[in-house]
Design a protein around this ligand. Sequence first.
Ligand code: LMR
Length: 278
Amino acid sequence: MSPLISALHLYDIANVKGIAADLSHCNTPAQVLDFTSPAELGNCLKGVDLVVIPAGIPRKPGMTRDDLFTINANIVKSLVAAVADHAPHAFINIISNPVNSTVPIAAEILKKKGVYDPKKLFGVTTLDVVRANTFVAQKKNLRLIDVDVPVVGGHSGITILPLLSKVRPSVTFTEEEVEELTVRIQNGGTEVVEAKAGGGSATLSMAYAAARFVESSLRALDGDGDVYECAFVQKGVEAVISSDLLGLTEFEAKALEALKPELRASIEKGAKFAQKQE
Ligand code: LMR
C-alpha cells in the first residue's frame, strides 16, 4: 500500500506463488513478484533497496525466544549471506527471533563478506513500541494517535525497556502502574503465544509494526531526515539518539543495568555462532 514501494519481491522455500498472485491484484503501484527455493534467491534480491527478514519458526507456549535459536539462526545466516552477495547496499530489517541474537548473527555474516554497514542493519522492535503505545493509551485514557512510548534495549523479556518517564504527551504514573505496564509490555509477545495455544505467535500486530518500520526505513532511504523510530541497532541511522537515555528514573536506570548482562549474552551467542560458520 505504500507509494514508496515500486516492486515487492516475495521469497520463501514454498507456497509463494499463491500469496504473490493474491497480493498482485491490489490496485497499488507495487509490482509483486514471487521467488521460490534457494535457486531463485539471488534473483529475488538483485537490485533491492530494503530486505525484510521475518523467516523462521514461531514460539509455542512455555518457550522463550531464545529456544528458537538453533533453527532460526541457520535461516537468518543463509538469508543474510545471500543479501551480502546480491544486495550488499540494502537496508536489512530483521524480525526473525531471537532478534537479540539474529541481528548480531547478521552483523557478523556481513562483516565476513566485507559489506557490514551498521547504519543499514536493524532489529525490528517496533511491536514493543506499538504495544506500549496501546497499553499506555488504554491505562491513561489518552488518544492513541497522540501517544509515543520510547522502548529501548532488545526484544525479549527484561531486555525490552519502555521508558515510561519519556512518554509523549507527558503523563505521570504511580510506581505500581510503571511496574504493571513495564511487565505487560515485556510480556506482550508471550500474551499472544499463550492465547494462540500452540498456533504460533503474533503475526498480524507484527505485520502492522513491521509495515510501520518499513515505511520509516523507506522514508529515510528517500532522503527524509526527520524519521524517528526505536530499533535494535549497533548505531543509529544518523546518530545514536542518546538523549533518550538521559534523565532516567531510578526504576528505569536499574532496569537498564539489569538487562545488560542478558542482552550482552544474547549478542555474544549470536556473534559466536556466526564466527564459527565457514
Ligand atoms: C512478538 O513480540 O510477538 C514476537 O517477537 C513473537 C514472539 O515470539 O513473541
